[in-house]
Structure formats: C-alpha cells, structure tokens
Ligand binder design. Structure first.
Ligand code: ZN
Ligand code: ZN
Length: 268
C-alpha cells in the first residue's frame, strides 16, 4: 500500500495515449486507500493538432462531464477536476481564455515544447544529439520560469522533465533553479513530485533532489502525482516520493481543490 497521499496527476483515454477506463483509475485509488484523486488530462493544444498528444478541442466538455459524473459513482473519494496545460508562449491568451471557460479545481502547468520541439517525445529525441545540452536546459528552464510567472498555473508538473532521456547538463544550474524558486514562491505556484520519471530512461523522480532542495529553500509548496497513463500506475512509487520530500526538508504538502489549498503534514 502506498502512503496516504493524494494523486492529482492522472490521465484518461481522452488524450489518445492513456489506456483503461476512467472508472478503473478511480477504483485503483480507492483500492490503495488514497485520500483523494484528481484527473489532470492534457488540455487541447493550440499550436498543433495531434490526437495522440492531447485531447481534441471538441472532447474537452466531454472530459469535464465524465469527471463530474464519476464523482457521483465514488462518493467516498474526493475526486478533483484538474487539467494539465501546456505552456506555449505564443498561445498564452488562447490558453487563458480556454481555462476560464471551466471550473477546474486546479491547473497543472507543463513544458513539453521548446520553440516547437517536442523534446519529451521519443520520436524527436534525436534532436538532443544535435544541440548543446546546456542551451537546451537553459531554454527549458526559461520557459518554466515564464510559465510560472503567467499566473495561469496552480502547480508546475515534472519540473525537470528535460532530463527524461538521461541527458545531463554540464553547467551548474543553481542560479536558474533559484530564479525559478523565487518566481514560483512569488506567484504562489506549487511544484509536483512526479513518479513517472522512474518509469522513463532517466529512472529518477521529477524533480531531482538538488532542485527540490532549492524549492524548499524558497518555501515552494509541493503536491504529488503519478502521471498515470494506465490504472495500475495510480499512486505508483509514492513511498519514494514521500522519502524524497522528506530528504529535501519538507514536512508538509498541499491538498488542492476548488481553487483553494490546504497545507497538511506529510504522513509518517
Ligand atoms: Zn506532462
Ligand atoms: Zn501528465
């Protein structure tokens, strides 16, 4: 059994690359005794149309309705309506407009594109070999800082997903980590400890301990997510997330819901 922490980062088949029925994800959370669960599927994209990456625009109302309906089938489990929204700088206004149409409990911000390069997709990872890795990291974190400053996101997810395929920076990133921590703290944006990196080539939690320690120094709040794309991954490796949170100095985390958050102690 995983520690009793909410899993706020669960996908659905609407995004075109997750398997299983939505109710099976919720059932998995109930089975494992998670205190809360939230869906945070991929919001439709504006800069490209790819039904294997994110739900098409016409599915967004259906996604929202499906989550609200499931709430009634699982009255014992607080089920949150979240969304994972890509930060793409040319489309910030479109994004703000789309988000304002729905009553999401929380909005996760993520960066999956560097000037159009979908760097976390296996089919485009060859591009890492052609670029200066330090410049890739710098560009990536610049985007995360910009995203955090928009005020559109409650939580930034997989904070250092740029490491997904195991490419490591050569430069010391401490200064940019601090700039990010300051921006997140100033905007009241939380960061997520995300276990999906353990299932990726890098084999590590997002974010790395060093980065999480900087977040802790800036008193940036934390949440937890599996980034499950199949029901069996709900709550996965949460014992390791808890261990990392403690190691980085955290004693508390936040519960999300209805645009409000509650700070609660980490379980022992
Ligand atoms: Zn993501
Ligand atoms: Zn995700």
């Amino acid at each position: 059994m995983p520690p009793p922490l909410p899993d706020y980062h669960v996908h659905t088949p609407y995004c075109g690359h997750a398997r299983g029925e939505m109710r099976d994800y919720v059932a998995a959370a109930v089975e494992q005794g998670l205190p809360e669960m939230g869906f945070a599927d991929h919001l439709p994209l504006f800069h490209l149309e790819d039904p294997t990456l994110a739900m098409p625009h016409e599915d967004l109302p259906r996604y929202v309705e499906s989550v609200l309906k499931l709430r009634q089938s699982f009255p014992g489990l607080p089920l949150r309506l979240g969304i994972e929204a890509d930060y793409v700088e040319e489309h910030v206004e479109d994004l703000a407009e789309l988000l304002s149409r729905y009553d999401f409990d929380y909005v996760y911000g993520s960066v999956h594109f560097i000037s159009g390069w979908g760097f976390d997709q296996a089919r485009f990872k060859y591009e890492f070999e052609r670029r200066d890795i330090d410049e890739v990291y710098e560009a990536y974190f610049r985007l995360v800082i910009d995203a955090a400053g928009t005020g559109l996101f409650d939580v930034m997810t997989h904070l250092d997903v740029v490491k997904k395929y195991g490419h490591r920076p050569r430069r010391d990133l401490t200064p940019i980590y601090h700039e990010l921590g300051e921006t997140l703290a100033a905007g009241g944006v939380a960061v997520e400890l995300n276990s999906s990196g353990l299932r990726k080539p890098v084999g590590e939690i997002y974010p790395t301990r060093e980065l999480l320690e900087v977040m802790h120094a800036h008193r940036v709040p934390i949440t937890f997510g599996s980034d499950a794309h199949k029901p069996g991954d709900v709550g996965r490796d949460f014992d390791r997330l808890l261990e990392l949170a403690r190691a980085a100095g955290y004693r508390e985390y936040v519960r999300l819901g209805r645009k409000e958050r509650r700070t609660v102690p980490l379980p022992s």
